[in-house]
Design a protein around this ligand. Sequence first.
Ligand code: FAD
Length: 303
Amino acid sequence: MNLFNKLVVMTMPLVPKALVRRVANRYIAGDTIEDAVRLVRQLNQNGMMATLDILGEHITKKEEATATTESYLAALEVINREKLDSNISIKLTAFGLKLDFDFCLANVRRVVQRAHELDNFVRIDMEDASCTTDTLRVYEVLRQEYRRVGAVIQAYMRRSLPDIRGLMQNGAPANFRICKGIYVESRAIAYKNRELINKNFTYLLTEMLRHGAYVGIATHDERLVWDAMRLIDEMKVSREQYEFQMLLGVDEELRDTIVKAGHRLRVYVPFGKSWYAYSTRRLQENPQIAGYVIQNFFGLKSS
Ligand SMILES: Cc1cc2nc3c(=O)[nH]c(=O)nc-3n(C[C@H](O)[C@H](O)[C@H](O)COP(=O)(O)OP(=O)(O)OC[C@H]3O[C@@H](n4cnc5c(N)ncnc54)[C@H](O)[C@@H]3O)c2cc1C
């Protein structure tokens, strides 16, 4: 971590809430589902799909997990009623993963079942390494029951190659989002070298495409986007087997370039009242992103 990033992390709690809000604004649709609907409609009109993420706090009680479940069920109804081209992204800790595995599974099953009935889809985000095994277990169980669920694979995790090989072995075709990974993990379990993470990203993507998995290619790194486009071209991957994915508010120029080139692209749209905790935690978790954010705020160009 360089000095600038260290400083950003250390000073984050001192930054006034209003300033964090100003910085975070472009990354978050707003406080309410109506804000999210407006934004998704705009994205749809511009030829992009979306995935909704309801911002939530770290939960400690089962009632909170039930509330999360209800909020996502309601979001699925709104997406359906408003005829939006959007699915949902969920975090299992908000569904009770750390409280009780079976309880969490039952909650997620309700959401995936409703998504299935509404012809929609649930992406299960990947959290830190303490959640990986259980998260993939939930995905594996629900994939056998419903097609409309997908997992996330982090390229920085050393275990990801055996994980995807296992998941692609039997059952319904796998559905993955591949990303670099945002949490701070130890070198024992995760690659730390940026070049290696990129190589692993492309290697994993190649394996996924070769085995016929559906892949959401989630990155703002133009080198990885180029690598993905090369693979898609060389392997003659059909347009329906993959999509690019980017976070709301990040590198809209690259986003438009990908869409103009004829690829499908989905924007990750977080919304909800817990924007402050989300923003500060995210910034602190990943000083590099904090760096981009501060640079953006002061109008500096990030490389
Ligand atoms: C749709 C989507 C879903 C994701 N889901 C997960 C998940 O479930 N689990 C998980 O661990 N991680 C997730 N991530 C985060 C991901 O793992 C990376 O941490 C993040 O995307 C940064 O990596 P990058 O590939 O964009 O490459 P980087 O090398 O970090 O960034 C490439 C370039 O993009 C720009 N950039 C990147 N991020 C920002 C930003 N926030 N603000 C401004 N500019 C930026 C910078 O200019 C940078 O040079 C997700 C990312 C996306 C896009």
